[in-house]
Design a protein around this ligand. Sequence first.
Ligand code: GTP
Ligand code: SPV
Ligand code: MN
Length: 587
Amino acid sequence: MVTPLNLFIKEMKELFQCSEVYIMNGTQKEAEKLITIAQNSKFDDRVILKKLNVKEYPNSYYHRSNPNDVSRTEDLTFVCTNLKEQAGPNNNWIKPKIAKIKMLKLFKNAMKNKIMYVIPFIMGIPDSKYEKNCVQVTDSVYVALSMRIMTRVGDQAISKINNNSEFFKGIHSIGDLNPKKRFIMHFPEENLVMSFGSGYGGNALLGKKCYSLRICSYLGYKEGWFAEHMIIIGVQIPNGKIIYLLAAFPSACGKTNLALLESIFKEYKIWTLGDDIAWININEDGQLYAANPETGFFGVAPGTSFKTNPVMMKTLKNNKFFPTLFTNTAIYNDIPWWEGVSDNIPSNLINWYGKKYCKDTDGPAAHPNSRFTVSIYNCPTLSPEYYNPNGVPISGIIFGSRRSNTIPLICEAKNWTNGVFMASVMGSETTTASNGSIGNIRRDPMAMLPFCGYNLGDYFQHWLNVSKRTKKLPKIFIANWFRKDKNNKFIWPGFRDNSRVIKWIIDRINKKIDANESEIGFLPKRGTIDLNGLNIDNEKIELLFKLDKKEWIIEIAMIEKFYSKFGDKIPKELKNCLKELKRKFKI
Ligand code: GTP
Ligand code: SPV
Ligand code: MN
């Protein structure tokens, strides 16, 4: 039968010259079949999946990727639009025609003697306005298994694709992992992504950053909605009411930990809805609503423990239906291990390279960007509202970053425009989630620098326009868990203690407490953040909120340099906010 999906498969088969086509149906039997294939095949010298100790981590598997393929590669990621200005200075750009010639050359015959997995999948809640129909082809069984965890794969997606001419196409081949032949090309105007030469996370699971952020941010711009790098949580307060918040933090800056936060206050419970991506609509009632398009967590392992993130540890141990994958952690006795999971280092530890670990000569045993891929359905704090086809109404948005100085622990923006301004100039230290240097400060507006599929100047205007389209605007907050003292130590304990900050946010939303106006927004009045039981002296608390003029002079210079790259694309309102900020600091 000639269906839109069959036509696409035929075209891919001819292009890749694969030996076999396997169309995924999402069943349990299929998971077993793919796992068996992965356990019995190698890439280079590495077995693709190894079964882990069932008692410690039920239904879980271990994967090591090529050491040259352990994070997203932003320098090899392109947005291919006819006009360069549309992609903006924030994206690498090539003309679509040239990009396709390059990619088709790499794809040609790339799956000889290989199985081509066809992955029909749905992003967003099926049968809701959030639903998006998609298909990805890949020659990586690890990618195929990961997609089964992270998205809704199966027959339902096939029938939807065949009844709808509009669907996203993701074309992926792992190639020979030669970094010189690695490219991730996005074609927002064609609902298409081509990716070659990497099997890692955001480079290869095309439903995640490629589609649900880069392509969808562009669709949202055209259609009046938002695709954001944000978590969604519900905070249940003492009267039983649940208040929903969004929080954007750059990669490896604390989203997953905040999304699965176990509050230290018994009367405040956090419900999890999403840990990485939020799709946001303005509903008929004039409020912002958000839903998570994914069905799994692709979370950073290092730092995760029963002490820092008990809910995630329970999620990993509570495996039911979907096999969990651990990638690039260390391993001993078929148990995955990473820095922070326990205080003692097992004596027979094998590092992420596959070599016996030696504490004195090796760096970390687990790669700092080692991750687990686990189903959201395992999460004991998953909110029943995760399934709500309308999404949840949003009362507050947190924009957070990783800064050793300058930015206070928490600050509330004076109004929507000022909040959009503060988010648009947000700077953060780079992390191991992407290749390149680590610890440099770069501007990462709304935590979307690597993920906005069009010109950030237009994106800022899109955010500003929300105020004209809504009846009830969420409050905007700026957060920073990562401020350091003279000894280069984090001042704020973070993790579960972040619930103290969440409580302050909720009290501000509910107009229960006053705050002090500062140069950048409202800061907590002394005593309004609940520090009960926390051993931290006043001097350190002062430091957490200090606005240092010398630091802000440097900050403002960096902001000006960043804005200048976008010229007239920066909305006038935001330029005015910058002027006002300079005036406040008497710069
Ligand atoms: P992506 O999945 O890359 O988008 O990252 P993420 O934003 O979800 O970050 P995640 O929660 O996985 O945290 C990244 C790293 O920051 C981990 O090593 C955590 O242990 C650490 N981290 C998270 N929250 C805190 C915090 O409150 N304080 C400190 N000091 N570290 C934190
Ligand atoms: C991130 O880098 O923000 C991630 C991991 O969530 S990846 O899926 O690789 O993009
Ligand atoms: Mn992320």
